[in-house]
Design a protein around this ligand. Structure first.
Ligand code: ADP
Ligand code: ADP
Length: 234
């Protein structure tokens, strides 16, 4: 069974008498271990779809099922629990707490995730190596470059051993060099660790590394394309 299932998913934003249909009847399934990219022009509903899939906003209609569990059947606490235990989020904006060091950010996020087992220091060390941030962890976000901040945010997301990685424009604010590091990391998560990756991007080169590319326009998936990843999932 798919690890992510979207069924006839819709989201309408309402402000006063104005209604904006942002996602309109979207259905698709992501198989365990698949790398899927969602591309489309600005305003096509990518971020809204991302929020829906992550359980960060409620659908107007339709459903999101994560590993057999329908978000709509969960209360707020259960939804938070599912999110924290299964899903890692990476955003375009790095969302690091400014008063804490990079390491402090990682530790706080881990402690908020509510896991019983202690932070896996050896794995964090390994991630820091791969992301070349080992020497940077004592610094606050303001002392780090944008690329370093995103690499810290990625270490923070991955140290929880998530089964799903949801990334919204993870390379949106980065130069080519940093983008390459971030994309290689996502590829590593997918190929080496078997994590399911769903990445939103409007960079076609970034999207090309996926197994499958979903094209969005005006809130709908209008085309599905095979990526270079070429995983053997169906
Ligand atoms: P994308 O990520 O592809 O740029 P979004 O999901 O951000 O697309 O936006 C899809 C549509 O929904 C756009 O028309 C956008 O203006 C609208 N929208 C997004 N967020 C809100 C909001 N909070 N309130 C009202 N409209 C919104
Ligand atoms: P973009 O998709 O252009 O990179 P963002 O991802 O920051 O931009 O979000 C697009 C718009 O949608 C922003 O105006 C943001 O405030 C709004 N938005 C996204 N998700 C939500 C949400 N869950 N609730 C309210 N507004 C949202």
């Amino acid at each position: 069974s798919p690890i992510i299932l979207a069924e006839n998913l819709s989201k309408v934003y309402r402000s006063g008498r104005i209604e904006v249909p942002a996602v309109r009847g979207v259905s698709f399934a992501v198989q365990r271990g698949e790398f899927v990219a969602i591309v489309g022009p600005s305003g096509s509903g990518k971020s809204t779809l991302f929020y829906l899939l992550g359980g960060l906003t409620q659908a107007s209609s339709g459903r999101v099922v994560i590993d057999g569990v329908d978000f709509a059947t969960l209360n707020d606490a259960q939804r938070t629990q599912l999110r924290r235990h299964r899903i890692a989020f990476v955003f375009q904006k790095f969302n690091l707490l400014p008063t804490l060091s990079a390491m402090g950010n990682i530790e706080v996020a881990y402690s908020v995730s509510g896991r019983k087992e202690p932070l896996d220091r050896a794995y964090l060390d390994h991630l820091s190596d791969m992301l070349s941030i080992k020497g940077r962890l004592v610094h606050r976000p303001s002392e780090l470059s944008g690329g370093e901040q995103q690499r810290v945010a990625i270490a923070r997301a991955l140290v929880t051993h998530p089964s799903i990685v949801l990334a919204d424009e993870p390379t949106g604010n980065l130069d080519t060099k940093n983008s390459d590091v971030v994309l290689s990391m996502l590829q590593h998560c997918n190929r080496e660790l078997g994590q399911t990756v769903l990445m939103i991007t409007h960079n076609p080169e970034a999207a090309a590394i996926a197994d499958r590319i979903l094209h969005m326009r005006d809130g709908e998936i209008v085309r599905v394309e095979k990526g270079r990843g070429g995983g053997s999932h169906s």
